[in-house]
Ligand binder design. Sequence first.
Ligand code: SF4
Ligand code: SF4
Ligand code: FES
Length: 264
Amino acid sequence: MSGADSEKEAKSSAEGTAIEEKVALEVVEKKIPVYVMGRRYEVPEGLTIMKAMEYAGYKFIRGCGCRGGVCGACATVYRKPGDYHLYVGLACQTVVEPDMYLTQIPFYPANRASYNFEELKPAPEEIFKLYPEIFRCVACNACTKVCPMKIPVMDVISYLKQGNISKAAELAYDCIQCGLCTSRCMGELPQYHIIQLTKRIYGAKIASRSQHLREADEAIKSGSYEEPLRELMSIDEKELRKLYREREMEPWEAGEDWRPKETV
Ligand code: SF4
Ligand code: SF4
Ligand code: FES
């Protein structure tokens, strides 16, 4: 290749890179209008509702926790143009759409029963007594349709009415207490509080304790961790950091068979 040819090639490659950068910039800069609590903002396309609100200048002091779809703090209600449906979602997981009208409902009011958990029996009657609203369910399934965690909320309530706490707790395992089901319930049930009580009763009073948890409990009570703890507390920060870096990590690739090594 002659010197002139390589110069030409370098120029065309530089132009190509410049065009790519310009396209990338335009993609990044593309803005769409959204309405937050009735006010119009132009926000970059592709942002989640949470990031779009922050871009628009809102600062979250409530209604934001994990930013990863697991704490349930960021429930949001929205409508889209030309669509009569009322949509709900988590602000940290839902991506903005052009002309979306939205508002946040970080807390949805619902009565929570008072109880002394220690005194509760693992019986469905205890739940019925504390939450008699459960029998107001009209099986409309609106709760299931809005649940961002895909929990079959209506089935959870049905199993409870049949007295099957274990099945209800199993189906509701992923509930993040966002309250969106409660916001749409025509029977006015506080599902998220009912689910919380169900899971507590199941976890503490019905589910059998796992063997390794029992062994860990016994090891703590018998003092097996006291000496290793004393040793840890006596070493300096540098050594502690080194130990932390070298600690046994859960290897993602190892699959479900991975178990921590027994070191005590
Ligand atoms: S069951 Fe209700 S409170 Fe729980 S995650 Fe689903 S919508 Fe949220
Ligand atoms: S939204 Fe309320 S009334 Fe409808 S199925 Fe769910 S719990 Fe029942
Ligand atoms: S911030 Fe935790 S679920 Fe959205």
